[in-house]
Design a protein around this ligand. Structure first.
Ligand code: ADP
Length: 251
């Protein structure tokens, strides 16, 4: 982890998303400066995945703008995606593909080809020890391998920005340790936004906490500031998200 400077690499500007009359997120605004590892924290259903899908261009917002490395993800989609690695919730999209075909597909879509593409694929296959499963359909792989394939896909084009939706979700304790170690390493050189509802995750990895509750930003600051004079981050989380995930979205 490094101290961030002031260049914003991930920007959510007044993002709202409505499903009918229900607001999944409302006026979500934050920005993550270069070099920072920010945890996007919130109860289940708070709006983390919705916000991340908008930031990564998979979902159009009802209102607002999302920028990656200063590029509008709606208007400048392709150059913005070249700067961005996205680890979706539950691992890679396209589970019917093999890791090799997925990596070729994403690499080509990100402008890689020929020897560069082959070298990058060899690099991530080696880094995430994917050789034994490289030709097997992703949906047949264990959760741990699927997550590693997701990480490989996310890093293949060496993006400056990583957005990771619950990167340790569903993993066993050893796999969680491994993923946290990888994220800490990546945080040395990249700007990272990772969602979680696990407080230890924040303490283990993040410089910054952006807390979302019922579709609205409820806190934005360091883990220490979030805890304040309370006994633990857990207590702070409880106080800041009072009402719990089942309460209706505020009007
Ligand atoms: P989180 O990732 O924090 O668990 P989500 O962003 O997945 O939360 O969901 C936020 C809210 O939006 C939840 O109440 C969820 O049920 C609702 N939601 C998400 N996707 C849809 C959809 N396609 N249609 C209707 N409601 C949705």
């Amino acid at each position: 982890m490094t101290a961030g400077n002031s260049v914003p690499m991930i920007e959510a500007i007044g993002l709202s998303k409505y499903y009918g009359t229900f607001a999944a997120i409302r006026s979500v605004t934050f920005s993550v400066p270069q070099g920072q590892v920010a945890a996007f924290l919130g109860p289940n259903g708070a709006g983390k995945s919705t916000t991340m899908k908008i930031l990564t261009g998979f979902l159009a917002p009802s209102e607002g703008t999302a920028r990656v490395a200063g590029l509008d993800i709606g208007r400048d989609r392709r150059p913005a995606l070249e700067q961005l690695g996205y680890l979706p919730e539950n691992g890679p999209l396209y589970p019917e593909m093999t890791p090799l075909s997925l990596l070729r597909f994403f690499g080509t879509a990100r402008g890689l080809s020929g020897a560069t593409l082959r070298e990058r694929i060899a690099g991530v296959v080696d880094r995430f020890a994917l050789a034994p499963v490289i030709e097997k359909p992703i949906h047949k792989l264990s959760k741990g391998y699927r997550q590693r394939v997701g990480m490989a896909q996310c890093l293949l084009h060496e993006p400056a920005v990583l957005i990771m939706d619950e990167p340790t979700g569903g993993l066993d304790p050893n796999q969680i340790r491994e993923v946290r170690r990888t994220i800490r390493e990546l945080g040395e050189s990249k700007t990272i936004l990772l969602s979680t509802h696990i407080l230890q995750e924040v303490e283990a990895m993040a410089d910054r906490v952006i807390l979302i509750d019922r579709g609205r930003i409820a806190f934005d600051g360091t883990p220490r500031e979030m805890q304040g004079d309370r006994a633990s981050l857990e207590e702070a989380f409880h106080v800041l998200t009072e009402g719990g995930p089942c309460a209706p979205a505020a009007a």
